[in-house]
Design a protein around this ligand. Structure first.
Ligand code: GDP
Ligand code: MG
Length: 439
């Protein structure tokens, strides 16, 4: 999806005149790219209408930048598709919040359960896991292993075969122990089967979850709409987690699932590691889909300022982005100001900084740099995987920089996002050098 959408939008960028014909051709290309990547046909037809009515080329004055306007409209309409305007459930401290996971086998439930428990644990919630997957041999061992690694209390059974009993027992035990968040991992099947749905409904009745989350593999494609509707009918869920967004999947399925069920995506899985987990935000998601993250714009601007960028540029061309590269970039940004404008050019950074003034933003940026200054040379020149493998490194860095583990995590999230962009940009540059198009 990204590929064709990007080229549809950038073809327009490269053509000099934007007349009705060029505009129609672009819309056509975008729509067929969307359909090809499994976005529901009706949705695409609506999108087409809204783009057309939002941009009326004939009525635009000569001063209007048509390309910009069209790009922005396409972007906004796609954002609308993944934004259900429906607030997801927020767990409250001081009471027990039960969260239940549903989804097909292999979609990433067990992995995402642990990621979510760890996410809340890092934010001061007392979180734990219950394994109600008695269907698949080895399911409990897998959860146990994940939970142990992340130091999260867990409950399960090797002998009890009734998932309803296991989940009820587990939730009761942890409720008594006053956990804030109890996450129940359930089993899946390869296909949607009657038994699976019956089992889900029974578990739901037994544990009365405050939130049910459906886990969806990003590569689900065409089946996304039917699958999410089927789950919605029996185990009504209030949130979606999309996994494996780091893979080659087009992502059209995710859009269809949200639209079909009017349910918000809350997190996305971006890899197999515990920390490869991000809060979902519509705009960066679509940005990535379109390959429109403004890293290119940033690099251009930085070049024009003649800051020392050689290493980072070279790295990006090779698809590499080290922690040190992030440190250098942020350092440069501080020199360039005004911060609010610059932060907007780095994908995700403005979200992370929130709606803050330049002074507060500068403070946040400084803290990020302090954090990286507390890292070893080796860590700085690494791809940051060492922090995932040895989380105690984060504690050390937080202590050394007088910040919190959460802030260190934020820096690493920022780094990961930029490393992903660099990979993409690097690939594109390599392709261009070979004479090919954009990847
Ligand atoms: P479950 O059957 O729904 O519980 O799925 P699992 O949690 O066991 O995950 C199935 C496979 O997908 C495992 O190999 C996971 O490591 C992998 N996986 C889960 N989430 C992600 C993700 O976000 N990215 C990648 N690359 N792999 C993932
Ligand atoms: Mg599982």
């Amino acid at each position: 999806l990204g590929k064709r959408l990007t080229s549809a939008v950038s073809n327009l960028t490269h053509s000099n005149v934007v007349d009705e014909k060029a505009f129609d051709a672009m819309i056509k290309e975008i729509c067929s790219a969307l359909i090809e990547s499994d976005v529901n046909v009706k949705l695409v037809a609506n999108l087409r209408k809204s783009i057309k009515s939002a941009v009326n080329l004939k009525e635009l004055g000569p001063g209007v930048n048509r390309k910009r306007l069209i790009q922005k409209t396409v972007f906004d309409e796609l954002v609308k598709l993944v934004d259900p305007h429906n607030e997801p459930f927020k767990p409250k401290k001081g009471r027990t919040n039960v969260i239940m996971f549903v989804g097909l086998q292999g979609s990433g439930k067990t992995t995402s359960c642990t990621k979510l428990a760890r996410y809340y644990q890092a934010r001061g919630f007392k979180a734990c896991l219950v394994c109600a997957d008695t269907f698949r041999a080895g399911a409990f061992d897998q959860l146990k292993q994940n939970a142990t690694k992340a130091k999260i209390p867990y409950y399960g059974s090797y002998t009890e075969t009734d998932p309803v009993k296991v989940s009820r027992d587990g939730v009761e035990k942890f409720k008594k122990e006053r956990f804030d968040i109890i996450i129940v991992d359930t089993s899946g099947r390869h296909q949607q089967e009657k038994e699976l749905f019956a089992e889900m409904m029974q578990i739901q009745q037994a544990v009365k979850p405050d939130q049910t989350i459906m886990v969806l593999d990003a590569s689900i494609g065409q089946a996304a709409e039917a699958q999410s509707k089927a789950f919605k009918e029996s185990a009504d869920f209030g949130a979606i987690i999309i996994t494996k967004t780091d893979g080659h999947a087009a992502g059209g399925g995710a859009i269809s699932a949200v639209a079909a069920t009017r349910t918000p995506i809350v997190f996305i899985g971006t890899g197999e590691h515990m920390l490869d987990f991000e809060r979902f935000a519509p705009q960066p998601f679509i940005s990535k889909l379109l390959g429109m993250g403004d890293l290119g714009g940033l690099v251009e601007h930085v070049q024009s300022l003649k800051l020392d960028q050689k290493d980072t540029m070279k790295h990006i061309q090779e698809g590499i982005f080290t922690v040190r590269d992030l440190r250098d970039q942020l350092g440069n940004i501080m020199k360039m100001g005004p911060l609010s404008k610059m932060a907007g050019m780095i994908p995700g950074l403005s979200q992370m900084m929130g709606e803050v003034g330049d002074e507060e933003g500068t403070m946040k940026l400084k803290r990020m740099i302090y954090i990286m200054d507390s890292m070893t040379e080796k860590e700085l020149d690494s791809d940051a995987k060492c922090f995932v493998d040895q989380p105690t490194r984060m504690t050390r860095v937080a202590r050394g920089s007088g910040t919190s583990v959460r802030e260190v995590e934020d820096v690493l999230t920022q780094h990961r996002m930029m490393a992903q962009m660099a990979k993409k940009v690097g690939k594109n540059m390599a392709n261009l050098q070979k004479g090919g198009g954009l990847a």
